[in-house]
Design a protein around this ligand. Structure first.
Ligand code: G3I
Length: 318
């Protein structure tokens, strides 16, 4: 059987996975599958602020550099994740009693340092992550509170200055279909583009749960971003199941993966379908949603699940 990446190459799309840096370094079986099955990779945690600058001015890019080198050796593109977020911030940022001007300069410096470090090596950067609430208002993060809504445009401008060739993304969850949150993202992107702010992509994370129906208007939603002139991507697909999983739930999971992938395949400038980890062995889900899991396309023993089959079939037909 053909690998996912071989099928994706033929379909003219990228297929990616989030990568757990410890597993990549420590488990040959894990690394082999990352290299064989995917043609794009995203560091699950290694490029986040708390990982790269745990104390002020002390940078640690070791794990992120390892992934970038792995990607180069395996002919893979890298999605950089993520520059501005409210989570996984080092405590010196969150606990520091900075003025607005100081914090703005800290953010500027962070973006400039990190994007410059990886200049020329990152395909797409998730510049701003999860800035909206479900109702479409801006999330009350440290950035909004201290810097005001202009932090978003600033972040894109600073990232662009540091690496003009990287494709700059806004990335969020629960924006698969048309809803108040995706409408807000649409309005944001539309307004930024009108102002000439360098934003070139929208990432739909695609974290789904079989307990809720998968949105069936993904292509409709992504198409409107296409019309704004930005790329789209499914950046963090996984579909969690309340455990133990029964057959109906596994079917629902397959269908949800299919719905996400087809939404992307039907959208002209949807460039990438990335799963948020490929194996149930390493998944953020059980640690966050008690009693849920089995969200990925390989099981804990690295055996492909039916979701894998469904994805390969869809890529074959694309
Ligand atoms: O690195 C520390 C380690 O030193 C410590 O001993 C251990 C004890 O808990 O924690 C380790 O940090 C963990 C980190 O992952 C690295 O493994 C954090 O506790 C844990 O909360 C963190 O979870 C990550 C989560 O983002 C944090 O928000 C998940 O791995 C990661 O998959 C998840 O990814 C996010 C995307 O970036 C954005 N979209 C949603 C997605 C799922 O939450």
């Amino acid at each position: 059987p053909q690998t996912l990446r071989a099928l994706a190459d033929r379909a003219g799309i990228h297929i990616g996975t989030a990568v757990n840096a410890d597993a990549l370094a420590g488990e040959p079986q894990y690394a082999d599958l990352v290299g064989a099955q995917f043609n794009s990779v995203t560091p699950e945690n290694a490029m986040k602020w708390d990982a790269v600058e745990p104390t002020r001015g002390t940078y640690n890019y070791t794990q992120a550099d390892q992934l970038v080198a792995f990607a180069k050796a395996h002919g893979q593109l890298v999605r950089g994740h993520t520059l501005v977020w409210h989570n996984q911030l080092p405590s010196w940022v969150t606990a520091g009693d900075f003025s607005a001007d100081e914090l703005r300069e800290i953010l500027h410096q962070h973006i400039t340092a990190e994007v410059s470090h990886f200049k020329g090596k990152i395909w797409q950067w998730d510049v701003v992550n999860e800035a909206f609430n479900e109702d479409g208002t801006l999330r009350d993060s440290i950035w909004l509170q201290k810097l005001g809504p202009g932090y978003i445009a600033d972040a894109f401008r600073w990232a662009h200055q540091a690496d003009p060739k990287a494709i700059l993304f806004y990335n969020d969850y629960n924006i698969d279909g048309v809803n108040p949150k995706s409408n807000a993202v649409y309005d944001l992107v539309s307004s930024l583009r009108k102002q000439g702010v360098p934003i070139q992509g929208v990432g739909d994370q695609g974290h789904l749960d079989v307990q809720y129906p998968a949105p069936h208007d993904i292509a409709t939603n992504l198409a409107r971003f296409d019309k704004l002139g930005v790329q789209t991507a499914i950046t963090e697909a996984d579909v969690r199941i309340p455990l133990p999983a029964d057959n109906t739930e596994v079917e629902a999971q397959n269908e949800a993966y299919q719905t996400l992938l087809e939404g992307c395949l039907l959208t002209k400038h949807c460039t990438d379908f990335t799963v948020w980890g490929f194996t149930d062995k390493y998944s953020w889900v059980p640690g966050t949603f008690t009693g849920e899991g089995q969200a990925n396309i390989y099981d804990e023993n690295y055996q492909p699940k039916t979701a894998y089959t469904v994805i390969s079939q869809d890529l074959t037909l694309a």
